[in-house]
Design a protein around this ligand. Structure first.
Ligand code: KG4
Ligand code: ZN
Length: 329
């Protein structure tokens, strides 16, 4: 039995979790800062780092308590090393290194995006390779092909805004508040009237995405004298994003001979995306439970459980711009 303590602090959640054998969540503690950042309408990095400093020790302690374990029962300590905000990353990474050193256990630095992908290994069934995973978060919209564990090939990505970033910016344009993704989804859910038409960037011949034109179109629609209600615009925006994400992901899965399709990242919590993907996907589809889509540490521990030959020297630094992989077409 391998018990991994995972720590995640790349953005605005302070999180720690214990995962057993890469499959069973013994504890999963997330302290969200979102109410703190709601006042400024977005994350102020220095404010986020300070909050991580306050919470990291109690959150780790709570993860051990909820798992009913003492430090002696932990086999590996893992933490996110990037991508993310450097001040935020450093808090979790330094805490994890200190614990690994103090407890004399291996330390595993983990990629945050790999963590999002591996949230799909925490469900009932296990995904099979080869597979396509759509990673849609606040910082990334990546189509990732995998032929084995930790074998990531980037086969498509957003050329401008990430899908989550577009949700957040549109929420701001519509005055819906922060965090933007859930606010847009809520507004769209209540709308029963006609849905205005917004553009879709198909980028024919490419597996890439683009959301900046859509954002500009929303901004123009909001400022027009006969602007539709914000709920109608929210729904039109969400439909446009979901259409492109679903269609291009399934096309890539088909072209590349994938055996299953995975969704990952904060935007995978979007009900409309989950429903449309479920309706349209002819292959086995994996979507993490809602709480495992947004940032958490169970996904970091899960990804660590499937990693081989990691450098446990404590030399790993925070890497705010860390890539999952180089691009392959
Ligand atoms: O993966 P995540 O928690 O953090 C990053 O690694 O970025 O993703 C956060 C992003 C935010 O942009 C947020 O607005 C979006 O995920 N998000 C959603 C929903 N819940 C979170 N977007 C659309 N619908 C949602 N229900
Ligand atoms: Zn994330």
């Amino acid at each position: 039995m391998v018990r991994v303590l995972g720590i995640e602090s790349s953005c605005d959640e302070t999180a720690a979790a214990v995962v057993v054998d890469g499959r069973r969540i013994a504890s999963n503690v997330v302290a969200s800062q979102s109410s703190l950042h709601a006042a400024t309408g977005g994350i102020v990095p220095e404010v986020a780092s300070r909050q991580h400093v306050r919470w990291i020790v109690p959150v780790v302690r709570e993860a051990l308590n909820q798992a009913g374990l003492t430090p002696a029962a932990i086999d590996i300590v893992a933490a996110t090393r990037g991508p993310g905000l450097v001040g935020s990353l450093l808090v979790g990474l330094s805490a994890a290194k200190a614990l690994a050193w103090g407890w004399q256990r291996p330390f595993c630095p983990m990629n945050h995006i790999a963590g999002h992908v591996y949230a799909n290994w925490l469900g009932e069934e296990l995904p099979e390779f080869p597979l396509i995973c759509l990673v849609v978060s606040g910082g990334h919209t990546d189509l990732v092909a995998m032929r084995g564990h930790h074998d990531f090939r980037l086969v498509g990505r957003s050329r401008d805004d990430a899908a989550g970033e577009a949700f957040d910016k549109v929420a701001r344009l519509l005055g819906l508040g922060y965090p933007g993704g859930p606010a847009v989804e809520r507004a769209a859910r209540d709308w029963l009237g006609p849905v205005p038409r917004l553009p879709r960037a198909w980028l024919p011949g490419s597996r890439d995405f683009s959301f900046s034109g859509l954002k500009t179109a929303v901004s123009r629609m909001v400022q027009a004298p006969d602007a539709p209600p914000s709920a109608a615009i929210a729904m039109a925006f969400q439909e446009s994003v979901v259409d492109v994400l679903v269609e291009k992901t399934l096309e890539a899965a088909d072209e590349l001979g994938a055996r299953c399709v995975l969704l990952a990242g904060g935007v995978a919590a979007n009900g409309r995306l989950r429903a449309r993907m479920t309706d349209s996907c002819g292959l086995p589809l994996f979507i993490p439970a809602m709480a495992l889509c947004t940032d958490n540490a169970a996904m970091i521990a899960a990804a660590t459980s499937y990693a081989r030959d990691f450098d446990d020297s404590l030399a790993a630094d925070a890497e705010p711009g860390l890539d999952l992989t180089t691009r392959v077409n």
